[in-house]
Design a protein around this ligand. Structure first.
Ligand code: Z5A
Length: 217
């Protein structure tokens, strides 16, 4: 019988260090001999990356919250079929920079879309697929915003104000609290070294789990 891989997602507000730390975790697991692949949302496929560009582009017209939501799930549908499910089916560990918890945080928390609307799309598009483990990099909103703004030009999401990102952070913390078995909260306000010390604990946990599964198969 083939063993399904592990689906691990990294979440958090803008600029908290997701991309930096996903690469760190990928290298750590790879060095331990784990078969690991990295991807991101929106994106992860050619269609998904095209949709990402559309979503991040600054536009003259206002993008409706429903159009934004459906574009995100269109990219996700392709990502699941083309990349995530095939990787999991061959036993790989999939590390994904954002997934549907970001939709609850940004579209529900940030934009005010009804929770049930996202839930319905989640069930339609993902069927039973849910992350096995989710790492929430958490830092005060102003810290993440100032890190992200240090990089120069802002995209359509990054132009939102402090209140928007406060609502996003509150939503993430609520989701983590409501699903504490799946979530690991990482304090991302501290130095990069200290963040990565916390990540090592999760990396070792993933490694042990992966090794047990490999032995069983
Ligand atoms: N979005 C959505 O609305 N709904 C959805 O369902 C999904 C996404 C999936 C693009 O995502 C946008 O899509 C996102 C939400 C929306 N918009 N926002 N905001 P994204 O993940 O690509 O965008 P992002 O959150 O803005 O990610 P980012 O800007 O790439 O940030 P990051 O990956 O969290 O951080 P980083 O690039 O690793 O680090 C930022 C800088 O801080 C960098 O210079 C690092 O060297 C530095 N850094 C990192 N950690 C530290 C520490 N600990 N100390 C000091 N400096 C640090």
């Amino acid at each position: 019988m083939s063993i399904r891989g592990l689906f691990i997602t990294m979440e958090g507000g803008e600029g908290v260090g997701k991309s930096t730390n996903l690469t760190f975790l990928e290298n750590f697991l790879h060095d331990k001999g784990v078969d690991v692949v990295c991807t991101r949302e929106p994106g992860g496929t050619r269609i998904g990356e095209d949709i990402r560009n559309l979503l991040l582009q600054i536009r003259q017209e206002k993008v409706s919250a429903m159009a934004e939501l459906l574009l995100i799930f269109a990219a996700r549908a392709q990502h699941i079929r083309e990349f995530i499910e095939p990787a999991l089916a061959t036993g790989q560990v999939v590390l994904c920079d954002r997934f549907t918890d970001a939709t609850y945080a940004y579209q529900c928390g940030g934009r005010g879309v009804a929770w049930d609307t996202v839930k319905q799309l989640e069930e339609l598009v993902q069927d039973k697929l849910r992350p096995d483990v989710t790492l929430l990099l958490d830092a005060p909103t102003a810290v993440g915003m100032s890190r992200a703004r240090g990089r120069g030009e802002l995209d359509r999401f990054e132009q939102e104000d402090l209140d928007f990102f406060e609502r996003v952070r509150i939503s993430y913390l609520k989701q983590a609290n409501d699903d504490s078995g799946r979530y690991r909260i990482i304090d991302a306000s501290v130095s990069l070294d200290s963040v990565q010390q916390q990540l090592l604990a999760v990396g070792n946990e993933v490694f042990s789990y992966w090794r047990e599964r490999s032995v069983e198969s």
